[in-house]
Every structure is written in structure tokens, then in C-alpha cells.
Design a protein around this ligand. Structure first.
Ligand SMILES: [Zn+2]
Length: 445
């Protein structure tokens, strides 16, 4: 089997149990697996010199809507709150089809890869004009990231008191049928899996209580994970109290939406008892700091969640509400936002990096990813800290979050190269960007 040695890094950040950082460190990979981490390792295979670089586990993104890379900086949505923002964008998204899903996903995945991500989830909850989850899975296979797509859904349209237009919602029976189809076709429970499928009704305000319950039962029957949006902002809490007579945490618990196999996006407005519920039940949180800032949703109580033992990960969220998909930038934003709320000692750069790597792997149930240790998958980011961004820094590991760079030099997923010398190595990115811009122009009419 092919060996590859990453040699002589300024620091290898292992994220192992002791959070060891190895100066002058090496990482030896065989096939898709890490076989050794240490100093002075040798190989007869390929050598990648990492002098002047920090080597970290690949970053993990736990919340995204890849299709939204086609609706960045849309004028009507630039300054709106969540519900108004959605109403501006729904009609545009209604004109998408399979090609829009495929190209926009390639753009989003490539951007994630360039910013250190090796494993990402995606939440696709609308399927207009023949679009399918399959389109995004095909995109991820070409780009080469490890992919956890979730089969999202909306079933309550405007005429039934929901938020989305009727044309964008599906029948609940058809949704469940397609959930079964995509799980059977694509989900791989094995260690080292490149694709795992989850079930993800869009949010409590766009599907019925029945669909939430049915999806939870189906996910447990199939052994797949559950994901949705929860407690994103004050409007969201008000909707829950008015429609369901309870807070989002209670709603989730009543319908089977808590547990080790569930993660919720945002959770900006969780109260103390909901945080305890999440900690007790092992329920995960995808924290999306840039999106929360962009939509004015608030500051998620991440410090409190982590102190109580809640599993917290990062999400860039969709590119209609970020509008960037820069994952290392998201880690920096997470750190800054906790400091705004709680003071300068509320989150260190190293803790932000831990949330971005190990934290993400834990939320997605990937005990085989998130750290650089023998036996783990070879998902590795190499960051060049010898250039302008980090020039003059005294601590290269902290510098990665405090200064930059915000792009990787090289990226490996399952031991395969995805980024080489700062460029995507797997797809013809300039051609994809050109196609993406043509599609955006067509959508803009
Ligand atoms: Zn979202």
C-alpha cells in the first residue's frame, strides 16, 4: 500500500487525548490511514516537506446548504432577518434544478477544502425541477471531501400556515420514501466511510410534528443520524411557543429529537434547562457564528454549553447567510463571539481549533476522524505559517486562529490529495466557477 510521510512540521497538532503538539513533527500515512505520528519517521514512499507549516486534523463542517453558493449577496436578502430573508430567497431557489445543485455544491465543497475542511455535512431541504440528493453526492465524490449529506424536507407551505411557498414543499409520504431510497443507495456505516446520509426535515416551522416523529423513527430503524435547525433566533422561539405551546428543546425531546445520533444547527436561544437536556442526552450542536452575526440572530451560549458538557461543532451555514464558506474563518469567529459575550478569556485559539476538528467529528459520530493518531483516517490539513499572515507570531498554533493563513497549502482526505500548493487538485475549479457565475446570472434573470 502507498506510503506518504508529512515531514518536519513546525508543529503537528494531534488533538489526541493529551492534546499533544509535536514540534518538528511527522505524520506517516499508509493508504487512507494514519500509521504513525512523531519525530524522525522515515518512509520509502512519497515525502511531503512541511517545514514552516502547522499540520492539523482536517476541519469538520457540520452545517451547510451547499446549493446557496448560487445566492450569495442577493440584494433583497442582504439586510433582512431570518423569516424575511427566507421569503426573499424561496422563489429564487424554486428555479434550481439538478445542474444548479451539482455546480453550487462543487463550489461550496472546493471552498471548504481550501479552508481546511476534510469532512462536511450538507442540509438539502428543497428538490425543485428534478433535483436530488444524488446531485450533491456526485459533486462531493469528484471534489474528494468526506461527505455527510442529509435528506432535508419541507412539507408545510404558505396555504397551511408554513413559511415556504406551496410550490417548494413535498408530500410527507414522498419525503419518507425518498429518505429510504437515499439511505439504502448511499449510506455507508463502515469505518472510513466517505458518504454517510442523515435525515433532516428543514425546521419546526416548515414540516409537521408527524414528519418530525416519523423521521426520527426511520433514522433509528436505519441507524442514521438526525439533523435540523433549532432555536435560531427570537422569532423562532416565539413561533414554537405560539404553534406548539412549548420551547424548542421540549418540542425536540417530545418528538424523539434528542440523543447521541442528533445534532441541531444554531441553538442560539437555548436556555439553561435546554442546555442541560442536550448535555444529558448527548445531543450535538452545530454552532454557526458568522451566520448568526449576519442575520442578527444573537450569540449562542457556547461557553455555557461546553462547560456543561454539550458537544459543540462548527458550521459555516449556507452561503446565502454567511456568505463565505471559509471554515477556519468560522473557528476564529466562534472564538471572537464568545469573547464579545463573556470576556477575553472565554475561548482560547486552541479551544476554537479543537471545536473545529475533534468537536465536529464527535458531533457527526466519527470516532475515526478529528485527530491525528495511529489508526485514524488520514484527513489532514497543512497550513503554511511562514508567509505574511503569521509573520512575527510567537506561537504558530495559536497564530492559525489569531492571524491566519485562512487557506491550506495542502489537504489530504483518506490519504488522497485534495489541495496541492493552495490549489484544488481534483476538479477544474476555474471552469466550475465560470459555470457557477453563468448559472447565477441566469437565476438573476
Ligand atoms: Zn441552516
Amino acid at each position: 500500500m502507498n506510503e506518504l510521510l508529512i515531514r518536519g512540521a513546525e508543529a503537528v497538532v494531534t488533538m489526541d487525548g493529551a492534546r499533544a503538539e509535536i514540534a518538528g513533527g511527522d505524520v506517516l500515512i499508509r493508504g487512507g490511514t494514519i500509521v504513525a505520528v512523531g519525530q524522525g519517521l522515515t518512509t520509502t514512499g512519497e515525502v511531503v516537506e512541511a517545514r514552516g507549516c502547522v499540520v492539523t486534523p482536517g476541519l469538520v463542517n457540520t452545517h451547510h446548504h451547499l446549493y446557496q453558493t448560487l445566492t450569495r449577496a442577493v440584494p433583497g436578502g442582504q439586510d433582512a432577518l431570518l423569516f424575511g430573508w427566507l421569503k426573499t430567497l424561496y422563489p429564487i431557489w424554486g428555479r434550481f434544478g439538478p445542474e444548479e445543485m451539482f455546480i453550487s455544491a462543487q463550489i461550496g465543497l472546493a471552498e471548504l477544502g481550501l479552508t481546511g475542511c476534510t469532512l462536511t455535512s450538507d442540509h438539502l431541504y428543497l428538490y425543485p425541477n428534478g433535483a436530488r440528493l444524488d446531485d450533491t453526492i456526485a459533486a462531493a465524490r469528484e471534489v474528494g471531501l468526506r461527505f455527510h449529506p442529509t435528506r432535508g424536507a419541507m412539507s408545510i407551505g404558505e396555504s397551511a400556515g408554513g413559511l415556504p411557498p406551496d410550490a417548494l414543499v413535498e408530500r410527507e409520504a414522498a419525503i419518507l420514501e425518498d429518505c429510504i431510497r437515499v439511505v439504502d443507495a448511499f449510506h455507508d456505516p463502515a469505518e472510513g466511510a466517505m458518504v454517510r446520509v442523515g435525515l433532516a426535515p428543514c425546521s419546526p416551522f416548515s414540516v409537521s410534528r408527524d414528519l418530525m416523529r416519523e423521521a426520527a423513527l426511520l433514522a433509528r430503524d436505519k441507524g442514521v443520524m438526525l439533523h435540523t435547525h433549532l432555536a435560531e433566533n427570537d422569532e423562532d422561539i416565539a413561533y414554537s411557543l405560539a404553534q406548539f405551546g412549548c420551547r424548542p428543546g421540549q418540542y425536540a425531546e417530545d418528538l424523539g429529537w434528542t440523543g447521541d445520533d442528533v445534532w441541531h444547527a444554531h441553538c442560539v436561544k437555548l436556555d439553561g434547562s435546554e442546555i442541560d437536556l442536550f448535555a444529558r442526552s448527548g445531543t450535538g450542536v452545530a454552532h454557526c457564528p458568522c451566520s448568526n452575526c449576519r442575520l442578527g440572530s444573537g450569540i449562542a451560549p457556547v461557553r455555557r454549553m461546553r462547560d456543561r458538557g454539550v458537544k459543540v461543532a462548527l458550521g459555516v451555514d449556507g452561503s446565502a447567510s454567511n456568505d463565505a464558506g471559509n471554515l477556519i474563518g468560522e473557528a476564529r469567529q466562534a472564538m471572537l463571539l464568545q469573547r464579545v459575550a463573556n470576556g477575553a478569556d472565554a475561548m482560547s485559539a486552541r479551544e476554537a481549533l479543537e471545536i473545529a476538528t475533534l468537536g465536529g467529528a464527535r458531533v457527526l459520530g466519527r470516532s475515526d476522524c478529528g485527530s491525528l493518531e495511529p489508526g485514524k483516517r488520514a484527513d489532514i490539513a497543512i497550513w503554511d505559517v511562514s508567509r505574511i499572515e503569521a509573520a512575527g507570531s510567537w506561537d504558530p498554533v495559536a497564530a492559525l486562529i489569531l492571524c491566519g493563513p485562512t487557506r491550506v497549502r495542502d489537504l489530504f482526505v483518506e490519504g488522497q490529495r485534495v489541495v496541492r500548493d493552495g490549489q484544488i487538485a481534483t476538479i477544474d475549479l476555474p471552469r466550475v466557477i465560470e459555470r457557477q457565475n453563468a448559472l447565477a446570472r441566469r437565476l438573476a434573470g
